[in-house]
Design a protein around this ligand. Structure first.
Ligand code: SF4
Length: 226
């Protein structure tokens, strides 16, 4: 299965102060036929919502090396129950952003595009508020803050890996594959397999410890790469 990004409906480019609102109709149609991408923090939140370790959660509910939720045979998300999301309080970032898509520029600036309505979704868009108000109601702040930390680590990891061997296009593609779907993905995504179990188990502390562990690991590799 290919996990293409959802198509943008138009070239509309919104910013946080742009007029925007969205009234969810609760039809659940946007939870069909997608490849919901997750990162380490989302895997942790979802695992705890299901009373699982991240190791067990990743094995049971994901594919593509743990980076995508594994849909049921009928194409529905594994957490869709009727028309409702069983993990609503812990749903992933892309679910919170829908029907917006977020792009980050190389200089760190962000814009938001409008995604094409999914599967005849009955939600209604409007201009009764702003993008910022919509994002706040969706609780995206902790997800974006953690995503920025992992993105910086991800870029550093690719840089370190590229210095271990000549950075040919094939080498870079292999590195990305190892991080996205290969053997490195387990350390990257599986927080419980990386962080000692005798530490505080609240998600912010676990993320701090996981980022610190990955950083130490990169420091050690980098010491041998230079
Ligand atoms: S996690 Fe919840 S909101 Fe996201 S696709 Fe699955 S059922 Fe829908």
């Amino acid at each position: 299965m290919a996990y293409a990004r959802l198509p943008l409906e138009s070239e509309v480019s919104l910013r946080r102060d742009s007029p925007f609102s969205y009234d969810c109709a609760g039809c659940g149609r946007c939870c069909h036929d997608k490849g919901i991408r997750i990162g380490p923090y989302e895997a942790l939140r979802l695992a705890r919502a299901r009373g699982l370790s991240t190791t067990a959660f990743l094995a049971q509910f994901t594919e593509a090396g743990g980076t995508v939720l594994r849909n049921r045979a009928d194409g529905t998300c594994p957490f869709l129950a009727g028309h409702a999301c069983e993990v609503h309080a812990d749903r992933p970032l892309v679910c919170r952003l829908y029907p917006l898509g977020r792009q980050v520029d190389p200089d760190g600036g962000e814009t938001f595009g409008l995604l094409a309505p999914q599967n005849g979704s009955e939600g209604r868009r409007g201009e009764a508020g702003t993008v910022a108000e919509f994002l706040h109601r969706q609780g995206v702040e902790p997800f974006l803050a953690v995503a920025a930390r992992y993105a910086a680590l991800y870029d550093r990891m690719l840089d370190v890996l590229s210095r271990l061997e000549p950075a040919t296009p094939q080498r870079l593609a292999n590195d990305r594959s190892a991080l996205d779907t290969g053997e490195l993905a387990s350390a990257w995504l599986d927080i419980d397999a990386t962080v000692p179990t005798d530490t505080p188990q609240d998600p912010p502390t676990l993320v701090d410890l996981h980022v610190a562990a990955l950083t130490r690991w990169l420091d050690e590799i980098e010491a041998h790469a230079t």
